[in-house]
Write a protein of this length. Structure first.
Length: 386
């Protein structure tokens, strides 16, 4: 008799992970001395954790600090430091009691979804979107409600789009800066969306993991717009600590205990050593801003050069470290196009179908969080490959 396979096993793949595997295989197959694969597929900073964060972890280990379980919501000192960050950066008063330290932003989303929604609930999001939003919701028995967005709204949702939804969703996910387009919601736009959610009984989840990485556009936090919103952030992007798996949520009062109970049962706590390093990372602004300056130079190089390399239609890259390129004049098969680009030009990028299953066959995402040398080499290869 065949064994049952759960519905959660039907969650779609996160295709960028498949691209990573293909790029790794391509690199391994290259002969010695051959030009290597240029990695523009993944949103992982080319730098490691800031020196002060790594040193704090080393010192804690040398001192014999027990690295055991912490409270489910994390070390009190880290939660206080995160609350201070909102006061310093945004002028928003946040109680440390509302801060939940999580196993990366990826660990935050299942906790938020399970606490805020029921099986069968619709949760809206703009397309293109970060694939795990929809994939996690699907695995949990919830229903992604996709809002097709384009350049006319800067790939962001509008109140007019939300007003047209029938039935109303139980939740709405927004991201600013967003992955993959890099566009942002202004303070007024975010406040209007938050007000709409409050008026319509819709739980707002604001993905702010690319805060710190914007280029001339002010960053607004939903924590300053709504007392009922869930704010998700992470040490992975601006703080360059992807492998440490450490992030946080700001929670509304009504979800504090539900999320805490879920975290106690599902993860117990985020890694203690990562929490020590994360707290120290707040003191590494000089190094982190230097990293950001590299991304800014990479962005400027690409925005100037990509049209001449055959990628002339790009989203407004206001933040994060991605370019969302419309390649409909060259292909209607972004998966095949990316495979060819990897095989023939040695450049790994992510097909748009990962972020928009319906229209993503016409788009690619390029990540520019590597070195400036990588970006310059990629531009030269793309010009030749065209």
């Amino acid at each position: 008799m065949a064994l049952k396979v759960g519905k959660g096993a039907e969650a779609p793949p996160f295709l960028v992970m498949d691209v990573i595997a293909a790029a790794n295989a391509r690199q391994a197959a290259l002969p010695p001395g051959a030009p290597g694969v240029l990695r523009m597929e993944v949103g992982q900073p080319g730098t490691g954790a800031p020196r002060g964060a790594a040193e704090a972890a080393i010192q804690a280990l040398r001192a014999g600090t027990p690295m055991g379980y912490t409270e489910a919501f994390g070390l009190r000192s880290l939660r206080e430091r995160i609350a201070g960050h909102y006061r310093e950066k945004y002028g928003v008063a946040v109680s440390p009691a509302r801060v939940a330290v999580t196993v990366g932003a990826s660990g935050a989303f299942p906790l938020a979804f399970l606490a805020a929604f029921d099986v069968g609930d619709r949760v809206a999001m703009a397309a293109p979107f970060y694939p795990p939003y929809a994939n996690i919701l699907t695995a949990l028995g919830m229903r992604p409600q996709v809002l097709p967005c384009d350049a006319s709204t800067r790939f962001q949702p509008t109140v007019a789009m939300l007003d047209a939804l029938d039935p109303r969703p139980a939740g709405l996910i927004v991201a600013s800066p967003c992955n993959p387009a890099g566009t942002m919601l202004g303070r007024g736009e975010l406040a209007a969306i938050a007000d709409w959610c409050e008026a319509n009984g819709v739980r707002l989840i604001s993905d702010e993991i690319y805060h710190g990485l914007s280029y001339g556009t002010e960053e607004a936090t939903a924590a300053g717009c709504s007392g009922s919103a869930i704010v998700v952030n992470s040490f992975s992007k601006y703080f360059s600590m992807t492998g440490w798996r450490i992030g946080w949520m700001l929670l509304p009062e009504d979800l504090l205990r539900p999320v805490e109970c879920l975290a106690q049962n599902m993860v117990i706590s985020a890694p203690h050593i990562a929490q020590v390093a994360a707290e120290a990372a707040f003191g590494c602004a000089e190094e982190l801003e230097a990293n950001k300056a590299v991304y800014a130079r990479n962005r400027a190089l690409l925005l100037e050069a990509m049209p001449g390399a055959g990628f002339g239609t790009l989203a407004q890259a206001e933040g994060a470290f991605y370019l969302w390129a419309d390649v409909s004049d060259r292909t209607q098969d972004s998966v095949g196009f990316c495979a060819r680009m990897l095989a023939e030009a040695g450049i790994a990028a992510t097909p748009g179908v990962d972020f928009d299953p319906e229209r993503g066959h016409r788009f690619l995402r390029f990540s520019y969080c590597g070195t400036e040398a990588t970006v310059r080499d990629a531009i030269a290869r793309l010009r030749g490959w065209r």
